[in-house]
Write a protein that binds this ligand. Structure first.
Ligand SMILES: C[S@@+](CC[C@H](N)C(=O)[O-])C[C@H]1O[C@@H](n2cnc3c(N)ncnc32)[C@H](O)[C@@H]1O
Length: 429
């Protein structure tokens, strides 16, 4: 095991995805750059007969990078809306003339529709708080026209993603990313008109497709499963995968289900917090206190799965979990970090076991992840994942520390001072 503390420049940073064609179509906490995927593919010389997989596909960084390099891929993503975003990005081979024609049609129809559109009681309250009435009428009209089109057509989905991206551009809500912060509603003075911004985004996306398709000769096949990373071996045959590159949710209380509330409410996919819990939150690996059900608090805290594979990691985890339970009792927020920690490692154990099964001998499982310090108690997530991997059967693990984290809260007296890091954990089968 080696720890490298220099940032590895050639692996880039997640910001690369905010600037690159197609990768940038939907802003999402990607965890890493497509450059890491490219570097790993080159490092182990994958070719068009190989298979790369990502059990936490998100909006598709791994599969998109692989597809553009001619490497077949398999991705799993449990969040239905995020899964859809990945599919729209991965399609690539759009008929651009048809899309331009349809874009003009949609804008023309929405223009007629907007004045007679009754937008009362269409959406949950959040949506009304995030836009001016004029823009909401325009966005609603665009939405209705797009929903009346054939939902299976690639062009409809392309335009729906363009409208999705328009939402964060024209919102008046202050904290546009990652969450919409209720305290900041109307904090931004926005005079961006929805029709105009929608058209600009469509044209930028068209230009991306054009640049990517004119510079690449062949795109590889890809498969995107709407499923659960904890059952990875249900989606791929044993010893069929050459390389896994992924970034699981970090155990930092970030609620992925909430990240897309604005978008899923707007499209009418979900209507309430409890909808989102039932359809998304309950299906993701444990990483946030919002996922902990009070009725299940006691059940997972003993980490029976980890106890079965690694008694040393289990003992260290139990000490941490007990300290977190003690802190919960004395802290006013009463955060259930103890249950989150136990649930996280139990869930990740299943992901690691499945990855071991589907990987070919000598295949690599590359994870980008961050450690955490809830209530100021440090949890060396990268090291634990590496050690659990070896206990499950991987021959070795390696840690590359790519970034230190938490500096932006250094002056916050409420926050702990534990230095945090982001690492690449590489497990070799
Ligand atoms: C750090 S993000 C991955 C981002 C990704 N690299 C990208 O390019 O967008 C982690 C993802 O894991 C997904 N996820 C969480 N639990 C899951 C599970 N049990 N099965 C599949 N996906 C899951 C979340 O919805 C989230 O999109």
């Amino acid at each position: 095991m080696v720890i490298v503390t220099n940032p590895l420049q050639h692996y880039g940073s997640f910001r690369d995805c905010l600037r690159s064609p197609i990768h940038k179509w939907f802003t999402y906490p990607a965890g890493y750059s497509y450059k890491l995927v490219e570097a790993k593919i080159k490092e182990i010389s994958l070719n068009s007969d190989s298979l790369i997989a990502d059990p936490f596909l998100g909006t598709g960084t791994t599969s998109l990078a692989a597809r553009m390099m001619g490497i077949p891929s398999l991705g799993i993503e449990a969040h239905p809306f995020v899964n859809w975003v990945a599919k729209v990005k991965l399609y690539i081979q759009y008929d651009l003339k048809d899309i331009q024609k349809r874009m003009r049609y949609v804008l023309r129809e929405a223009n007629y529709l907007q004045d007679n559109l009754d937008i009362r009681d269409l959406w949950p309250e959040l949506i009304y708080k995030c836009f001016t009435e004029d823009n909401l009428r325009k966005l609603g009209a665009l939405r209705d026209v797009l929903l009346s089109e054939d939902q299976e057509l690639p062009s409809t989905n392309f335009l729906k993603l363009a409208l999705t991206a328009t939402l964060r551009i024209v919102t008046t809500a202050g904290a546009g990313w990652p969450y919409i912060a209720p305290s900041k509603y109307h904090a931004r003075i926005v005079n961006r008109a929805a029709f105009c911004e929608f058209e600009k985004i469509c044209l930028a996306m068209i230009s991306d497709v054009w640049s990517v398709t004119s510079s690449s000769l062949s795109f590889a096949s890809y498969k995107i499963e709407s499923g659960d990373a904890r059952h990875f071996d249900k989606y791929a045959k044993p010893e069929s995968v050459d390389l896994i590159v992924t970034s699981p949710p970090y155990m930092n209380n970030y609620d992925y289900a909430d990240r897309t509330r604005l978008e899923t409410y707007f499209w009418g996919i979900f209507h309430s917090w409890s909808d989102i819990t039932k359809e998304v939150r309950d299906h993701l690996i444990m990483a946030a206190t919002t996922q902990v059900r009070v009725s299940e608090l006691g059940k997972i805290r003993n980490c029976p799965g980890i106890a079965g594979v690694d008694s040393t990691v289990h003992a260290e985890l139990q000490t941490i979990i007990q300290s977190l339970a003690d802190m919960r009792r004395i802290k006013s927020g009463k955060k259930t970090y103890d249950s989150v920690t136990a649930g996280y490692f139990e869930d990740m154990l299943n992901v690691i076991k499945g990855s071991f099964i589907v990987l070919k001998p000598h295949g690599q499982f590359v994870l980008v992840l961050g450690d955490s310090a809830p209530y100021g108690i440090h949890i060396p997530t990268d090291e634990f994942i590496g050690r659990i991997g070896v206990s499950v059967g991987f021959s070795s693990y390696r840690l590359d520390v790519i970034r230190t984290r938490g500096e932006k809260w250094a002056h916050n007296s409420q926050r702990h001072k534990v230095p945090l890091r982001e690492s690449i954990v590489t497990l070799v089968k």
